[in-house]
Write a protein of this length. Structure first.
Length: 464
């Protein structure tokens, strides 16, 4: 039996799912980041982190992991250093996931793909060693570079954001350590490098917010003109085979030496791939803390005022937007138990007369772009089930307006909506939503980003 491994690096932990040739889940394992030796040492304030010296001689703080497996020339040096390096925690998680896989599956894995959080990046030297702490997806120190970016990037481009990969790179360029830099790598790129040993390779999902032209599949001239462009990675389509796994990695984890490591993707796109949506007009609504809409389209749609941009998915485009309404508002008023009990008291076929715009703070960007938009949560009926009905009804209206907005901007006509996130379990919300959308609303086939990433590995193996 052949297996294909997808590894998901989210904000709170990592997960791996192996699927068989029929894309059925064979096993799954997880690694919460609080399980790391680095994190435990930090929490207990005991033991000393060690400091690393890479081939360039630069030192940085890192946790006690097996550096002999790194493709680069790391040398552990004892030191009473500052908090541990995130990259080492990620490496620790990656190796732990591989070790947790049943041996009968490990020995038959044919391909591996990894996803990471969008715009989480590392500045590395020529050996692949991180020169400083990685900058996470929500790190906005790049705000100081926005004027520079606006002067060179096209209007409405995804890089015009304080948290974009390009903003982070330009911020790093202003730091003294930049003179030692050789590569800018995304989280998924660096973790894949630990397995295949090839530096400077990324995918066009992760590279979108670096400025890569996903329509023409090249770096645009305005980007190549930057003095730091020599750090840009080579870009491949997600799921493209990069190389076979390093022999030392194969030996350590009982993986076949012909196991392929593939170009990855971002965590959010991996979750979309897992849903089962694959045709123009099919969409995924995720009701988590916020309300996130993603619609598969034959046309590329971008509008920075609404925070709308498009990722390439083969010959199609994945467009979408996010509203500040969502599950965080529901949990502000109700416990999980109350949400279950009260939802059962709602008749979803009857429209609530209450018209809310459920927010916890002022301002929304999509589908209404108004930073001063105030929460509208009155009148509040005495009956809590009626109040919940009004909230769910209003969120369904916002969802419908969101898909209408995407279609007004040029996206394909909505034909089907898959449900993901915690809200997918709420039957009342799903029925109310279907009444507003007038298209089938069904649960996502799978919701784990690791599953969507495993599908990439499966595709890569078939193509080879």
């Amino acid at each position: 039996m052949n297996y294909y491994l997808g590894i998901d690096f989210g904000t709170s932990g990592a997960r791996a799912i192996a699927i068989d040739q029929a894309t059925t889940i064979a096993t799954q394992v997880k690694y919460p980041f609080e399980n790391s030796a680095s994190d435990k040492r930090r929490q207990k304030n005991e033991g000393s982190p060690i400091e690393l010296a890479n081939a360039s001689g630069h030192k940085f703080s890192c946790s006690e992991v097996d550096f002999n497996l790194l493709p680069s020339a790391f040398c552990p040096l004892p030191s009473r250093a500052k908090p541990d390096n995130l990259a080492a925690i990620w490496q620790e998680a990656l190796y732990s996931l591989l070790e947790q896989l049943p041996i009968r599956i490990r020995t038959d894995i044919k391909a591996i793909a990894i996803n990471g959080t969008s715009s989480t990046v590392l500045l590395c030297d020529r050996t692949g060693a991180p020169l400083e702490q990685p900058l996470l997806y929500n790190d906005n120190r790049g705000v100081v570079t926005l004027d520079q970016i606006k002067n060179i990037a096209p209007a409405n481009h995804a890089v015009i954001s304080a948290t974009s990969s390009l903003a982070k790179l330009l911020w790093w360029q202003q730091q003294p350590i930049f003179s030692q830099a050789a590569y800018l790598l995304h989280q998924a790129d660096w973790l894949s490098f630990l397995l295949h040993g090839k530096l400077g390779i990324s995918d066009y999902h992760n590279a979108l917010k670096l400025g890569y032209d996903v329509e023409n599949l090249c770096y645009p001239n305005w980007l190549q003109a930057l003095s730091c462009s020599d750090l840009f990675p080579q870009i491949l389509a997600p799921g493209t085979a990069i190389a076979e796994i390093l022999p030392q990695i194969g030996d350590r984890f009982d993986l076949p030496h012909d196991c392929l490591v593939c170009a990855g993707t971002t965590d959010s796109i991996a979750a979309f791939l897992a849903s089962g949506a694959n045709q123009p007009g099919e969409a995924v609504t995720s009701l988590g803390s916020t309300l996130v809409l993603k619609l598969l389209s034959t046309t590329k749609v971008e509008n920075s005022s609404y925070g709308v941009y498009s990722h390439r998915l083969g010959n199609l485009w994945l467009t979408g937007g996010a509203s500040n309404t969502g599950g965080a508002v529901l949990k502000h008023f109700f416990t999980d138990e109350e949400l279950i009990t009260l939802s059962q008291q709602i008749n979803p076929n009857l429209e609530s007369p209450l018209e809310y715009y459920p927010l916890l703070a002022k301002g929304d960007r999509f589908p209404v772009n108004d930073p001063d938009l105030l929460p509208q949560l009155t009148p509040r009926p005495d009956d809590p089930a009626a109040f919940l009905h009004g909230l769910l009804e209003s969120m369904a209206r916002i969802e419908a307006l969101g898909y209408q907005r995407l279609q007004e901007l040029g996206a394909s006509k909505l034909t089907r909506v898959y449900r993901a996130g915690g809200g997918a379990k709420n039957a009342a919300w799903n029925s109310i939503s279907q009444r507003h959308l007038q298209v089938p609303v069904i649960p996502a086939q799978y919701t784990e980003a690791a599953y969507g990433t495993a599908l990439l590995a499966h595709t890569a193996s078939i193509q080879c």
